[in-house]
Design a protein around this ligand. Sequence first.
Ligand code: 4NP
Length: 165
Amino acid sequence: MKTVSVCFVCLGNICRSPTAEGVMRHFVHEAQLTDRILIDSAGTGDWHIGEAPDERAQQAARERGYDIGTLRGRQVTSADFARFDLLVAMDERNIAALRQLCPPALRDRIRLLMEFVPEMDNRWNGAREVVDPYFGDSEGFAQVLDQCEAACSGLVAVLRAKLGA
Ligand code: 4NP
């Protein structure tokens, strides 16, 4: 059976990418595609390896019914480019870090999360990035969730089509 694998990537792997992973897991479960779409997340930095997601990210996720408390931080490695069909980054800085690490032949696997927001959803005026909420307030974490929900619903649709499921 054909599968597709996705790794969400941010800087610390404690705020944005675990949020995207939690939202995506939920949507993929709802779509009954758990065994077809494989999901992970990682950070380009090494500060939070082994840590649970930031408490503010866990709280914001919990308020919308996503449990991300069991996820643990890890750092992206060059092996991830062969393991995953898509490496979905939160911002341009993550893209630059991934491109540095990626074998040139696999660079088209690197994408921005916001590319997957359906065209008719213009809440962010075409914004291409999920802004780092780490040094901000709870509103930032709520916006990360809004963006992850919009983009992951689009991403599930794209992957469903790719799988012919
Ligand atoms: P994330 O947020 O990249 O969304 O996980 C951050 C978490 C930690 C740091 C920066 C961003 N940090 O500088 O430790």
